[in-house]
Design a binder for this molecule. Structure first.
Ligand code: PA5
Length: 325
């Protein structure tokens, strides 16, 4: 069945990581002048890379890094900024529009893609470029897009990784990832999942939400704390629908421990996963598990996990829409 083949795109992440770490970016040399700031462009399965880079940058960079998931580049991005465009297909309209604007403003543009117009542009203008393997989906290519972006930035002299961290990026063994994914799918059968994390792990909660949206075709939510203590937490006081909370928590995170106590008091069905590796490793390996869980649940429900019909319709709408020209 088609869906089972798609599952393999998540089970092969070990090989995908090895291939990515062995590949080198093109046209990439250390920048002669450090950028004033870095703007990361990308939507959906590619856009998540920007969220991870943002989280890493808050602890590891002196340079501000911001994420744009829109048609328009902020006014303050000028020729002193570095623009990193991430698009699996290389053809995403929002990303292309911002790249066009960034080039007009004289910003240095660098690209991560598997093909499409962004690849053509990179070749034509000799832009620093990292190519990820084609023929997959953006979401099942997450480690390649992310580690490709980290490598590309590093070859420009922008180091977001800790010493030798990339060498040790490992995912679960496929049997273990399958088992964890299968268990999580069973827990979330006929329930709406709310993925919860600390702010730093927002990209993981968002990745999990997006995996369930796209693979299982279900509504899902991502909430981050401590912000959630100022709003979301009250919603749990009066929960009525068949919802489950899935918490991704670093060991020793006392605020998320406290949240667990509140959810227990409210009788919420809660599942907690402890994150105990390095940041990149945690984000990648748990994204693999939620990817597998969402595909597994789709297969149990007889849903095609791979096809994303409404995204395709939206892209068709953009292609045929004059207003966006
Ligand atoms: O997961 C998906 O298929 C989407 O979220 C895409 O990533 C999104 O539409 C952007 O496309 P691309 O990743 O090709 O730039």
């Amino acid at each position: 069945m088609k869906g089972e083949e798609f599952l393999r795109e998540y089970l092969d992440w070990s090989d995908l990581i090895k291939m990515t770490l062995a590949a080198e970016p093109l046209n990439a040399e250390p920048l002669s002048v450090a950028p004033k700031g870095i703007v990361v462009l990308g939507m959906g399965g590619s856009g998540i890379v920007g969220d991870v880079l943002y989280s890493l940058s808050t602890e590891r960079l002196e340079t501000p890094l911001t994420v744009v998931k829109d048609f328009r580049l902020p006014r303050w991005v000028d020729d002193g900024w570095l623009t990193l465009a991430v698009s699996y297909s290389g053809n995403t309209v929002e990303t292309l529009a911002c790249v066009d604007e960034a080039l007009k403003r004289g910003s240095q543009v660098v690209v991560v893609a598997s093909g499409g117009k962004l690849t053509e542009l990179s070749m034509l203008k000799r832009l620093p470029y990292f190519r990820v393997p084609s023929g997959r989906t953006p979401r099942s290519s997450f480690p390649a897009l992310l580690l490709g972006a980290v490598k590309l930035l590093s070859s420009l002299g922008i180091n977001l990784r800790e010493a030798s961290e990339l060498d040790v990026v490992e995912v679960f063994k496929s049997e273990e990832a399958l088992k964890l994914g299968d268990e999580l799918a069973g827990k979330l059968l006929s329930r709406l999942p709310v993925f919860i994390s600390a702010t730093k792990y927002y990209p993981l909660a968002l990745r999990a939400k997006d995996e369930f949206n796209e693979n299982t075709k279900t509504i899902a939510k991502a909430e981050v704390y401590p912000e959630g203590f100022h709003n979301d937490v009250v919603g749990w006081e009066g929960w009525r629908d068949p919802v489950s909370a899935v918490i991704f928590k670093e060991r020793g995170d006392r605020t998320l421990e406290f949240l667990k106590e509140l959810l227990a008091e409210a009788g919420v069905d809660t599942h907690t996963y402890e994150l105990d590796g390095g940041y990149l490793q945690n984000v990648i390996r748990w994204s693999q598990v939620v990817g597998i869980a969402s595909v597994n649940l789709a297969l149990r429900l007889g849903i095609d996990p791979k096809e994303t019909r409404f995204i395709a319709k939206y892209k068709e709408f953009l292609r045929s829409s004059d207003q966006l020209e």
